[in-house]
Ligand binder design. Sequence first.
Ligand SMILES: [Zn+2]
Length: 1009
Amino acid sequence: MHDDRELIEGRLARTLQRLEDAVWSDPEPVELGRWDAPGAPVSVREGLAAEHSPCAVGDAWGPPWGTTWFRVTGTVPPRHAGRVVDLRLDLGFDPERTGFHAEGLVYRPDGTPVKGLHPRSPWVRVSEAAAGEEVDLHVEAASNPLLLGGGGYDFRPSPLGDHRTAGNEPLYRLARAELAVFEAQVWELQQDLEVLGELAAELPLDDARRWEVLRALDRAMDRLDVADLAGTAVAARDELLEVLAAPARASAHRISAVGHAHIDSAWLWPVRETVRKVARTCANVTDLMDQHPELVFAMSSAQQYAWLRDHRPEVWARVVERVAQGRFVPVGGMWVESDTNLPGGEALVRQLSHGKRFFLDELGIETREVWLPDSFGYTAALPQLVALSGSRWFLTQKISWNTTNRFPHHTFSWEGLDGTRVLTHFPSADTYGSQISGSEVAHAARNFSEKGAATRSLLPFGWGDGGGGPTREMLARAARLRDLDGSPRVEIERPDTFFERAEAEYADPPVWVGELYLEMHRGTYTSQARTKQGNRRSEHLLREAELWAATAAVRLGSVYPLERLDRLWKVVLLNQFHDILPGSSTTWVHREAVAAYADVATELEDIIEGAQRALAGEGDVEVAFNAAPHARAGVAAMGAAVPGSEPAPEPTRRADGDGWLLDNGLVRARVDARGLLTSVVHSASGREALAPGGLGNLLQLHADTPVRFDAWDIDPYYRRSVEDLTELGDGGSVQPVGTGLRVTRTFGASRAVQQVTLPRGEARVDVDTEVDWQERESLLKAGFELDVSTDHSTAEIQFGHVHRPTHANTSWDAARFEICAHRWVHVGEPGFGCAVVNDSTYGHDVTRAPRAGGGTSSRVRLSLLRAPRSPDPVADTGVHRLTYALVPGAGIPDAVREGYRVNLPLRVVHGNGRAIAPLVSVDRDGVVVESVKLADDGSGDVVVRVYESQGSRVTARVAPGFDTRAVVVVDLLERPLEGSGDSVVTEPGGAVRLELRPFEVLALRWQRS
Ligand SMILES: [Zn+2]
């Protein structure tokens, strides 16, 4: 039985199918030629000039990652005179898979780009009225393989992701190539029916408006002659005029829609393909702007604009023109849409400074919002950096992916680590790629958390990742939804207009304090360990290179390698993109990232070595260079000196029953016959760091089989299957080496070799690890059972640290079962604590356990390696080298210091023995120098960034080790920072006395005299 409603809805669906087939009529064939470019993409000039061979509709084309240049020639026939004529080109598209597979960019013979070809935009306008036009177009078609299966995000391990394993079988068949008349009224009717049908479906059954719309739809369909849809479309549309003219209700939610195309800078395709994805999408968008003056399009990522400028200058010119008109809107102010959990503090600074400077220099635009719709959680350091970059708003929506807790706000004030607040918005449609469908806009209104207090949300619309961005159908929907009874009001607006209005109407938004933890994708702290290690190394090498090159420039007048450093920084910044550094890309992408990091390291080592040699001078006296922010024995902080005169005692090792005792005067550690730490005594306090019966450096193997997103997720049930690697295994051994021990352990098909040593003069137990990792879908953890009773752990993040609970009292606590830390995590009780520091690891978990003898102990674990199978089927296989260490008796200041030390080993160079004074000194250990460099503008000014690292209010004196003329506090772009004068006192000689709030970041810029 059908009731009226079901009958009308069924009739509507059938009618829409008929209309879809009638949008184009009267086809006329075209001539086709093709040239299959060998290997990597060629230049446009080469593609246009190639010798084409004949081809036809139905032909197979496109091996994985190939490029085929099609040439299309034809003539608009006389019978098309006076009609609108399109060239329809279907490369073999799957309209349900917009983006992620084949794409094309259409050129004229002179190389002028026309527009992109995509599943939802498979046409090129060739004539508006005349006839007899000659059509001569070229299509650069990319046969990118589809790596997403099924519906939604279905990732199966696939060899197609890597051109080395993808094979040569053609993936696509040319499905259509013809000239055809575009039946505008049929298309308009299609839009009317879709919008009204979707509106009715979202309204309550007992809402009179729903029935009003349904009846009007029924009448419109009555007027339609299926044998002459084009001839009767206008009459059908007439029946809908009244329901389309009914204005929105006074309380209707307001949606600021902005054209968008989220283009991942690499993911299921390599960077080289993103360059072309950006070009196709931008060609499409600027073409659509020509026909639709209302279209406003926002695009983030300075890197993507730079690719356009460098690789597709004709498309770039069109973008520049539209930017000047305010319709193509640069947003985000970052080099790429980076991850924010993993990049270091200085790297986040550079994401913002390089991003914003590009938009300023190239386009004259100062962006005001940070735009990260898709990154996997947001660090508590971000609000301060947003503000220091000169921006004031933040946008994401990823937190709507939380699997445990619903985030309570959509528009709110986000308070960061240091207390800075930034107005933040999560689009309540829960998407950054809307089609402006009825269900999406209705969901945006219903879902909006601030109802009654605020009235508007942002809606980024358009196909991303090579889907081509906004379509004319989306614009048609937006036009009909501007002011329509029963619907939210949809207005196409710039993001800054939205934020200004949201800010103005919501004077007292709710406040969210601290990190925006994504309750999902916790595996991204660990997946693709080589990529993560490359990032960590690069960040520290960049610190060293800038420090020593600046020192050599100031002390010796050496040339500061500004352009080289700029270029190297941008390589590192690109690889912090939110699918590269998190480890969620293909084999190909990660292979390229690791190779890029190796090149970066080579160049930076060269810069460091050159600067240090110049500073050390000629001679054979050993000079130690310390790039860490704290002094070491005989070596100044951030400076170099001859090694100290009183070396610490040599560490010792002696047999102890069936194990060994290691002692360096600061720490005494016992290693048993199985190679496990069974006791770690902090000599100064005499306190045992390990819990009674607890083990240190216990490797543990978990089955790691997430439900949906292999590389992204660790699901909570992983903890229920664990193998403690207490045995040495076949071929395993514990051997004395130097003053420490070498523990060789085999498990599964893998083998770990660990050097356990107590470093001379430092209160640590170092574990240098080499793992030949051959497990699949497993997670390798290293754990320390510590005799510390606490309800929280402390983890280093950018420019400070955050506390997280070690219990699971609430659903919010429980959801944080895996956490991200930078160089250290710490657990402590008053008077005693321990830190676990690392040189490559980000993923951790810290839990509590009953302690033998009463109370609780703390179990700190590092997530060393995973082995997901998609998108990279061989992720993390092979040999890894990494270091971690236990620091018994550590307070937070010790954790900060040791974290830097393990990442910045001393470098010893031979020289003349002359002392080299540090370029800058700070009189408080808690105030850490994060970077020393020469100014980006080439002026030769010295820029020093410091931050308060302990979470306390402090006064500190920062003194330059060179003659100065003036000093100013600057923002992240090294511009004078407004309103910064109050807490800064300048002394004669250029030293500066600063009052810093907890975790404050502050940069000083000295002009040299
Ligand atoms: Zn993304």
